[in-house]
Write a protein that binds this ligand. Structure first.
Ligand code: MRU
Length: 347
């Protein structure tokens, strides 16, 4: 199955509208910056690496029609576009990494004619996507070495094709193990409140023929207690220099449960998810989202009394000492993370 989550096509950003899945598979074309901001906010496009690609393409989309011969004027617009896209969602490092890559390309070529600078910016946005395709396959290759035949792997949220360009990080490891004939089985947490596990992870694993069973998030402990989980693998939105990792809310719960049950707990992420400027997870800005996601979005009728107070953090931070290893595109990083992250990521 060939699915591509995001691309540049017909002068627009082409994405799978993930809010329609699993009931409908539909590409939409984003033609304005405002539409892109909205698409990121409501999660038509989501997942850290896909957001990095959206950032790159978004910067190009935002400046491509600017009518000027002045690089200074272009720079002003580029800065505006970058901070606008950056205001959409705060947690995934990849979004800001993608934006900064675009800024760097501008600075590198700022003395060239504006038309040429625009070409370089589109080239860079395409390069970000190509690099992700390679990075995810490398994560898959390194990660699959940790998977035994017939392992049963628990995951949360969606860190697959739909969260990247076309392969996945945590699910990339599972796809590679599957391609190697290891016959992995997957349990997917539904991932309240936005149900990325139920709607997206089960959808893509099903399409690729990987055995998947969906559970409610609260069922993970029971499965582990019954000895039915051999590994946990999740993606990441931001990894601090000490290995503390922000990922979808509920990831921390799984890490604590894994420790209690002696189950290896792995994070899979590309280099672009690492934020070596922050010492620990304490500095990670956790997005809080709207109440309706919890009280009514996926239900025929509201499931909570009108006006009930809600707390809806989209991510949590798993302390590094609960993580058995971080599977990256540059290799598998083991503790002590403070030393080994730098050694592998900066090599
Ligand atoms: O809110 P989302 O759906 O963007 O959250 C996504 C996740 O938490 C993923 O696990 C993470 O971005 C890694 S995707 C390869």
């Amino acid at each position: 199955m060939r699915i591509r989550t995001i691309d540049w096509s017909k002068g627009a950003i082409k994405i799978i509208d993930q809010t329609r899945l699993p009931r409908e598979f539909k590409y939409i074309y984003i033609k304005s910056l405002k539409e892109l901001w909205q698409a990121i906010k409501v999660m038509q496009v989501r997942g850290a690496p896909a957001l990095g690609a959206a950032a790159g393409l978004g910067v190009y989309l935002g400046i491509k029609d600017l009518k000027t011969d002045s690089a200074a004027r272009l720079k002003k617009e580029l800065d505006r576009v970058i901070s606008y896209i950056g205001s959409s969602r705060p947690t995934a490092k990849n979004l800001f990494w993608g934006l900064e890559r675009m800024r760097k390309v501008f600075l590198l070529h700022k003395d060239k004619p504006v038309a040429k600078i625009k070409d370089y910016l589109l080239k860079e946005a395409r390069q970000i996507m190509e690099e992700d395709r390679v990075a995810c396959r490398n994560i898959g290759r390194y990660g699959a070495k940790l998977i035994n035949r017939k392992d049963t792997i628990l995951t949360i949220c969606n860190a697959g094709i739909l969260a990247t360009i076309d392969y996945g990080t945590a699910l990339g490891v599972i796809y590679r193990a599957y391609e190697e004939g290891k016959d992995p089985k997957v349990f997917s947490c539904e991932t309240r409140p936005m149900l990325q596990g139920a709607r997206l992870t089960t959808w893509e694993l099903n399409k690729l023929g990987v055995d998947v069973t969906m559970i409610c998030d609260s069922m993970a402990a029971t499965l582990m207690q019954q000895g039915r989980i051999s590994k946990v693998i999740t993606g990441a939105d931001r990894i601090a220099a000490n290995g503390d990792t922000a990922n979808k809310i509920g990831t921390f719960n799984l890490a604590v449960l894994s420790k209690y049950h002696g189950i290896p707990f792995y994070i899979a992420a590309p280099e672009s998810t690492f934020d070596l400027k922050i010492k620990s997870g304490k500095s990670i800005h956790i997005e809080e989202r709207g109440r309706k996601e919890m009280t009514e979005l996926f239900f025929r009728h509201p499931i909570a009394p009108a006006g009930v107070k809600v707390f809806n953090p989209a991510f949590d931070v798993t302390p590094h000492d609960l993580i058995s290893a971080i599977i990256t595109d540059k290799g598998v990083i083991r503790p002590p993370y403070i030393k080994n992250i730098r050694k592998i990521i900066l090599k």
